[in-house]
Design a protein around this ligand. Structure first.
Ligand code: FMN
Length: 366
């Protein structure tokens, strides 16, 4: 069914197609939630897992960027997703970069985007989340980033993150700090140990004042190579994160350097710059999961994301050290049917290896 709808979507410009898909999903969640559930939901006891003291019916989640503004929560729940991450959300509402800013690379089943953190802003999104309080029924995280404005720098940038934290933390199960967005207006990320340190000092104060202990994760960029082994810069980032009591990691964001592509140079030159996602970044994202798992001795949960388009790819992330896995680009190419298909295959793969639960497989190849 999705293949027909996909032909229509792929005849449109990528962002227009996304808007149409979101519209269709919102309509479906309003008029036929039971139908979606009966068509797509699939559950199995071996997929159940518990992370940060939260129960997940399955480890397959929606990555940040797909439902930035928290408009389709019910739809994702009915689709049988195990958890979702809204955002990136910034303190102030932002339109993001000029369009076009999202591009499909069908030959690689990949995407390139330079959305530039377009979102409705922390307050509106918090209100939407508040409306779902009590009926969420699955863990929801908020991914926060600095407002897309080159004038917000230094202390103001740190405060910008703090505002989003304060506004969203009461309504979500975890917070992810997007310190690795490759599409900021000033071209900078927070992946500098000193800058990250300042941010985490300020956020620790916020966390200490907050009524409950909310898990805070950090989302990093993928390494430059598939064969990433050791990187002292990355080690410093990890050390800073651990020193400030970070609860887990998300690996990884899109890649601003493009590799493993068969797409023609002419098309790539026409696109310009942006973050690459999908199968071409799968190996490096998995390698980063493995590296973090090894360095932290498997003590902190890792969400694996990057190029997952099959049960095998999700399982590879889990065996490398991911406790949870997220989808984005795979959903664009395979449609929402990817969710039950990944879950079914995961159950088979766990079974073949003699594991009764996801947690038994985590880090087996690390
Ligand atoms: C169009 C688009 C928008 C995205 N927006 C965000 C975002 O706002 N915040 C974020 O942390 N990651 C964002 N991402 C990155 C995804 O969450 C994910 O880390 C990345 O795409 C790799 O996963 P994938 O290969 O399954 O797509 C975006 C990705 C795409 C393709």
């Amino acid at each position: 069914m999705y293949s027909k709808f996909r032909s229509l979507l792929f005849s449109l410009e990528a962002e227009q197609a996304h808007r149409l898909a979101v519209g269709a999903a919102r309509l479906a969640q309003a008029v036929a939630p039971r139908v979606i559930e009966s068509m797509f939901s699939y559950s199995h006891p071996s997929l159940h897992t518990s992370i940060f003291g939260k129960q997940f019916t399955n480890p397959i989640g929606l990555a940040a960027g797909f439902d930035k503004n928290a408009r389709m929560i019910l739809f994702w729940r009915k689709m049988g997703i195990g958890f979702m991450e809204v955002g990136s959300v910034s303190a102030r509402r932002s339109k993001g970069n000029k369009k076009p800013r999202a591009f499909r690379l069908p030959d690689d089943r990949a995407l390139i985007n330079r959305m530039g953190l377009n979102n409705d802003g922390a307050e509106r999104i918090a209100l939407r989340l508040k409306r779902h309080a009590g009926i969420l029924a699955f863990p929801v995280g908020a991914n926060i980033a600095k407002t897309h404005d080159p004038d917000i720098q230094g202390d103001a940038a740190v405060e910008d993150f703090c505002i989003s934290f304060r506004t969203l933390a009461p309504h979500v199960d975890y917070i992810t700090l997007n310190v690795s967005c490759p599409n900021t207006s000033d071209g900078k990320t927070f992946e500098d140990p000193n800058v990250l340190d300042r941010l985490l000092v300020a956020l620790k104060k916020e966390r200490d004042e907050f009524v409950r202990r909310i898990p805070v994760l950090i989302k990093f960029s993928p390494p430059e190579r598939d064969s990433f082994v050791l990187d002292s810069h990355f080690d410093e980032l990890l050390l800073v994160s651990l020193a400030h009591g970070i609860d887990g990691f998300v690996a990884s964001n899109t890649a601003s350097d493009w590799q493993n592509l068969t797409t023609s140079r002419t098309l790539l030159e026409k696109i310009g710059n942006g973050g690459l996602s999908g199968p071409p970044i799968e190996k490096r994202a998995t390698q980063l999961v493995r590296y973090i798992f090894q360095k932290t001795e498997g003590k902190l949960p890792i969400i694996g994301v990057g190029g997952v388009a099959s049960g095998e790819a999700a399982y590879a992330k889990i065996r490398a050290g991911a406790s949870l896995v997220q989808l984005f680009t795979g959903l664009v190419y395979r449609g929402p049917g990817l969710i039950p298909s990944v879950k079914r295959r995961l159950v088979e793969l766990l079974n073949e290896d003699g594991f009764g639960t996801i947690s038994q497989a985590v880090g087996r190849d690390a």
